[in-house]
Design a binder for this molecule. Structure first.
Ligand code: PAP
Length: 333
């Protein structure tokens, strides 16, 4: 097991765990543990794996967040298209506030993760600090990677909307592996592909198991389609115009015929496209608060990159797991 990284002062913030509260320290002592991908350790809590600071944030979010009916919560497994969904939803909801999309739009100067913060990573991250969110004007847009079981009660019970985006596990895995390696450069070096793959199949990824995460929201979307919208990255790539209009309807702000004929849908899609966002100065050279470089959220943005990395044996193995986990639930990729 790799040693705690707190001792090295030159490490970026995302690798430091020095401000972990006593309560969380005590809790993680009692939990099963495995080696982490980016953080040294992952701990299993209620069937899901978390890095210590993420678990602290997830529990604080669960305990303290008070949802209101107008809230919009974007949920993903890591590397399933979070950045894209944040950009699209922000642009969609604020389309009247920033009509001049090509000039003064916040997405031109801020990374989507800054405009739509993560609950457990940004807002509820610090020990004992509960953020003041009541003054934010509605609709408030937040995001989380938390599994469904760990969502706050008020979020589940209120009429707020949840948009869940998932992605083919093969591409999610590949994206996660590349991202983890970037973030490990300064600490532990490259995570061997085979090791990462076995870990992904066992479910020991951040917020994993991947399948249980997806199924939690899939089931909820079937039971309460007015509450949880279930999206797939691949469909968004294939039919972006259609999916964006569906999201707008689901969130109660459908595009008018006039907006459609004025090209508002296409303008939003263009602004939020991989090509546009990844080439902005802020996303080429900026960093988010955890000191992760923005460029790490924009690698390739394509469907099917797994073909360039996974062996035939790996693909077969993953296909079997996927069929085993999702087949009986009518979910496929
Ligand atoms: P996160 O969960 O850590 O926030 P997330 O945004 O889900 O990360 O993952 C990044 C992936 O989304 C990258 O995929 P890749 O590694 O296969 O390339 C990234 O390229 C992709 N991505 C980021 N922005 C966009 C976008 N605007 N359109 C499509 N894909 C995007």
């Amino acid at each position: 097991m790799t040693k705690s990284s707190d001792e090295n002062p030159t490490l970026p913030k995302y690798l430091k765990e020095d401000d972990l509260g006593q309560e969380c320290k005590d809790l993680i002592q009692t939990l099963p543990l495995v080696e982490g991908w980016i953080d040294p350790t992952f701990h299993e809590y209620q069937g899901f794996w978390f890095a210590p600071k993420i678990l602290q944030g997830a529990l604080s979010f669960q305990k303290h967040f008070q949802a209101i009916d107008t809230d919009i919560i974007l949920v993903t497994n890591p590397k399933s298209g979070t950045t894209w969904l944040k950009a699209l939803t922000f642009a969609l909801i604020n389309r009247n506030k920033y009509p001049n999309i090509h000039k003064n739009h916040p997405l031109l100067t801020s990374n989507p993760h800054v405009l739509v913060p993560f609950m457990e990573i940004n807002l509820y991250y610090e020990t004992d600090i509960v953020p003041e969110l009541n003054s934010l004007s509605p609709p408030r847009i937040f995001s989380t990677h938390n599994p469904y079981v760990l969502l706050p009660k008020s979020l589940k019970e209120s009429n707020c909307k949840v948009v869940y985006l998932c992605r083919d596990p093969k591409d999610t895995f590949v994206s996660l592996w590349h991202f983890s390696n970037k973030l490990r450069e300064q600490s532990r070096g490259t995570l061997p592909l085979e090791e990462a793959f076995e870990s992904f199949c066992r479910g020991t990824t951040s917020y994993g198991p991947f399948w249980d995460h997806v199924l939690g929201y899939w089931k909820e979307s079937l039971e309460r389609p007015e509450k949880v919208m279930f999206l797939k990255y691949e469909e968004m790539k294939m039919k972006p115009n259609f999916v964006l209009k569906e999201i707008a309807k689901f969130l109660g702000c459908p595009f008018s015929e006039e907006e459609e004929s004025n090209g508002v849908v296409d303008d939003i899609l263009h602004l939020c496209s991989f090509e546009k966002l990844s080439n902005l100065e802020i996303n080429k050279n900026g960093k988010i608060s955890s000191e992760i470089e923005n460029k790490n959220f924009f690698r390739l943005g394509k469907v099917g990159d797994w073909k360039n990395l996974l062996t035939t044996k790996m693909v077969e193995q993953l296909n079997i797991v996927v069929e085993e986990k999702f087949g009986k639930h009518g979910l496929s990729f």
